[in-house]
Design a protein around this ligand. Structure first.
Ligand code: AN0
Ligand code: CP
Length: 320
């Protein structure tokens, strides 16, 4: 595997889930696979789960992880080509990338959407440069438009907890005070469309996801109607994807607290499990009562980030 951005990169989902089960049961069984191998984990943005689960997954495989926080540990990096570098950025990505990849076998990058230039973000401009100038396998640790390690962990979690072969999974938009990227909902939609689930997306008008990710998923604008009979409720905020109105890209269109997932919403579901990728703002995205209920999966879901990361790194090591 040369890159891990999209669901297609993992191949057959049934096989990937089976491998995830094995990795979870015997995490240290491939300890020699990563011997004398190094993974570099590069963070342009904050992280708790991704940095820790990726380091742990690498250690399980016997690999050496190196973590770099851009701008804090390193020089500030310029990411756009052709600019006069007379500002606060001391080094260009064009040099920094081949330097970083000269010290590692695999590289993972967290680089959030800027949410100002839709084309720049949706072309995955930063990640593409790592592919082009790095020459090493690249893992998106949430880039401008995707968060595949999260979506894979979400699918593993659904597989573990589902009570019927084809559960109803509802992804609902929820309010947030700051404009957030679409990477998490984009990837979740992409992975659910590829999985054997009855998938429904609900959000206020204007929040339509890019068709590349929403695919054939059913969109229901009435949140309560969407949630009826759900087996899994996946909450997430995202800013305007700019599909229907490109000028709205990255904007907050609604702060309607009626969309906060609470007991009233969960009451119409099929005693659904609650999921969120974390970090979550309590009583904005979800009520204390719902996230603290026994049906909340947020902790096992986060724990599965170690499993999804390990399967991806294992596949990459096997193809080096
Ligand atoms: C980020 C996002 O919504 O993309 C990271 C989620 C994993 N969330 C925040 O910045 C709060
Ligand atoms: N879910 C997730 O990616 O969390 P972090 O931003 O803390 O890594």
């Amino acid at each position: 595997m040369k890159s891990f951005f999209h669901v297609q990169d993992i191949g057959d989902l049934g096989k990937a889930l089976e491998e995830a089960k094995q990795v979870k049961a015997t995490p240290f069984a491939w300890k020699s696979l990563g011997e004398n191998r190094t993974i570099m984990l590069v963070f342009f943005n904050s992280s708790l789960r991704t940095r820790l689960s990726s380091q742990k997954a690498a250690l399980n495989l016997g690999m050496n992880p190196i973590v770099l926080n851009i701008g804090q540990d390193s020089w500030k990096l310029e990411t756009e080509m052709g600019v006069v570098m007379d500002g606060d950025k001391s080094e260009h990505l064009r040099e920094a990338i081949p330097v970083m990849t000269s010290y590692c076998d695999i590289i993972g990058i967290r680089s959030f959407a800027g949410l100002t230039d839709r084309e720049y973000d949706y072309n995955e401009t930063v990640l593409r440069q790592f592919l082009e100038y790095g020459g090493k396998p690249v893992i998106s640790l949430e880039s401008a438009t995707v968060h595949p390690c999260q979506a894979f962990a979400d699918l593993i979690t659904i597989e573990e907890y589902k009570k019927k072969s084809r559960p109803k999974v509802v992804m609902t938009w929820a309010p947030h005070p700051k404009a957030l990227p679409q990477a998490v909902p984009n990837s979740f939609a992409e992975w659910m469309n590829a999985a054997d689930v009855d998938f429904v997306i609900t959000h206020p008008e204007g929040y339509e996801l890019d068709p590349k990710f929403a695919g054939k998923a059913r969109v229901e604008y009435d949140q309560m109607k969407a949630l009826e009979g759900a087996d899994f409720v996946y909450a997430k905020n995202w800013s305007c994807p700019g599909v229907t109105d490109p000028s709205g890209y990255g904007q907050i269109l609604s702060k309607d607290m009626g969309w906060t997932v609470d007991d009233r919403h969960m009451a119409v579901t099929n005693n659904a499990y609650f999921m969120h990728c974390l970090p979550v703002r309590r009583n904005m995205i979800v009520s204390d009562s719902v996230i603290d209920a026994p049906t909340s999966l947020v902790i096992p879901e986060a724990a599965n980030r170690e499993v999804s990361a390990q399967v991806v790194m294992k596949r990459m090591l096997e193809s080096l």
